[in-house]
Design a protein around this ligand. Structure first.
Ligand SMILES: [Zn+2]
Length: 232
């Protein structure tokens, strides 16, 4: 490819359904259920990744003209690297997936169980700024039950990735479906995207709601019932 075509390609972006990659990021369009990871995503160890990110983040700060000799800034690249790998993006690594034990449904409880108001912090994959929200997850047992705190852990695991809210919703739902061996799961997420409130359109009051109603949840009556419990 010669330089001219390359320049043109950069200018126009690769078009997907008539949208450029920049449009897709700005409009938060969503392209699939799986987090787009390369095959070699985990060839490097966590400590190698941290060393590399530290250097690269230092470079970003340098480019912006920040004085890294300043006591307050000196440790920032290392802190950011550690935070990315060990905390806010730790859900990328399958090794960090919570180990979940299931139990027999001894009480024969077969109505919906809802774990509501699970606070989570994620990051928008288009801008790398926070998404802060509440997740409400529900299921009806097909014979097995799950510890309540584990529902919380599943939400946190998928939240700790660069995310898109629709994908987060579906990833949590799919995980619950396969763990609990049932389609009867529901996920409702109500979240604020800092890329919408603090930049771009700067709307401070809007929130985004996404839902997944599977199996027996997918009826007007059950959706209504679930919404009532969530709103209580
Ligand atoms: Zn964003």
């Amino acid at each position: 490819m010669n330089t001219e075509t390359l320049k043109l390609k950069k200018k126009n972006g690769h078009k997907l359904n008539g949208f450029s990659h920049e449009d897709i990021g700005d409009d938060h369009l969503y392209a699939g259920l799986k987090t787009p990871l390369r095959k070699d995503a985990f060839v490097m160890s966590d400590s190698e990744k941290k060393e590399k990110i530290e250097l690269l983040f230092e470079e970003i700060m340098n480019v912006m003209g920040l004085d890294l000799n300043d006591d307050s800034l000196k440790g920032t690249p290392k802190r950011v690297a550690k935070m990315y790998i060990d905390e806010i993006f730790s859900g990328l690594n399958p090794l960090n997936k919570p180990k979940i034990a299931l139990f027999d449904n001894k009480y024969k409880y077969n109505q919906m169980l809802i774990e509501k108001n699970i606070t989570f912090y994620s990051n928008c994959e288009h801008h790398f700024v926070p998404i802060i929200g509440k997740a409400h997850v529900a299921y009806m047992s097909s014979g097995k039950v799950i510890g309540l705190s584990k529902l919380n852990r599943i939400v946190q695991y998928y939240a700790k990735r660069p995310q898109v809210q629709e994908r987060l919703t579906n990833q949590i739902a799919e995980e619950l479906k396969s763990l609990l061996n049932t389609d009867d799961v529901a996920v409702v997420i109500d979240a604020k995207h800092l890329c919408v409130s603090s930049r771009g359109i700067k709307d401070e009051t809007s929130a985004t709601v996404t839902t997944f109603y599977g199996g027996r949840f997918n009826t007007a009556q059950k959706i209504n019932e679930l919404q009532n419990y969530i709103n209580q």
